[in-house]
Design a protein around this ligand. Structure first.
Ligand SMILES: C[S@@+](CC[C@H](N)C(=O)[O-])C[C@H]1O[C@@H](n2cnc3c(N)ncnc32)[C@H](O)[C@@H]1O
Length: 212
């Protein structure tokens, strides 16, 4: 299902700030070499993440789902000078690709890539999060959210990706496993009085969730 029509997408991209050279390399490399290149955040969503981060100047960012490193490099652009970004990736090959790009980044000393299952790693991170980006397996979203929210500072922000799941959550009967999981996540957040949330039609849908 087309969530935002192609003409609008083209116009929005043409009038949003452009990605820098390293981000362009990650984007092009991923499109050329990765069978699941569509998972990359892309130019407009990347600029959105960068903008939020630059406005908040976070000291601690957590990303769940590194892939080839694009969104981590976008979020890193706003890091406070003493800030750190942790990013978690299950797949060894994707982590290795991301690390190669991180090594070329001006933020390389602030980027900490951890290989493994995010559910095992998150409880080992003794940090207070300013920004969290959840963008891994959709059936894990509620678990990630519950693991992470207690460690988010008041007014800290969780951003969850794919909350419209290719439009499948809009169907009268939601059938797919991932779409069901995303819909359950959206309901879970809506019923949670600890947060304020707004869902945006950026790319595949982004939820901005502020801890009150
Ligand atoms: C949609 S991609 C992330 C895209 C990336 N954030 C970006 O915008 O460029 C999802 C990633 O989450 C990873 N992933 C899936 N399950 C995971 C888990 N349990 N722990 C850590 N990473 C996981 C996948 O291997 C994949 O690389």
């Amino acid at each position: 299902m087309e969530l935002v029509n192609a003409l609008s997408e083209t116009y929005i991209e043409a009038f949003s700030s452009v990605e820098g050279a390293l981000l362009q390399s990650v984007n092009e490399y991923t499109i050329q070499h990765h069978p699941h290149a569509h998972m990359l955040s892309g130019k407009v969503q990347g600029q959105f993440l960068s903008m939020i981060s630059q406005l908040m100047q976070p000291k601690r960012i957590l990303e769940v789902g590194t892939f080839t490193g694009y969104s981590a490099l976008c979020l890193a652009q706003g890091l406070h000078k003493d800030g750190k970004l942790y990013t978690l990736e299950l797949r060894k090959e994707d982590a290795a690709t991301a690390q190669q790009f991180f090594d070329r980044s001006e933020y390389k000393d602030q980027l900490i890539l951890k290989l493994g299952n995010a559910k095992d790693i998150i409880p080992t991170l003794n940090e207070t999060w300013d920004i969290v980006f959840i963008d891994a397996d959709k059936t894990g979203y509620i678990d990630y959210y519950e693991l992470i929210l207690p460690a988010v500072r008041p007014n800290g922000l969780i951003i969850a990706d794919n909350i419209l799941f290719h439009g499948q959550v809009l169907e009268p009967e939601i059938t797919g496993k991932n779409a069901k999981a995303i819909h359950a996540f959206n309901e879970h957040v809506r019923n949670d009085e600890r947060v304020q949330q707004v869902l945006l039609t950026v790319r595949d849908g982004l939820s901005l969730i502020r801890k009150v």
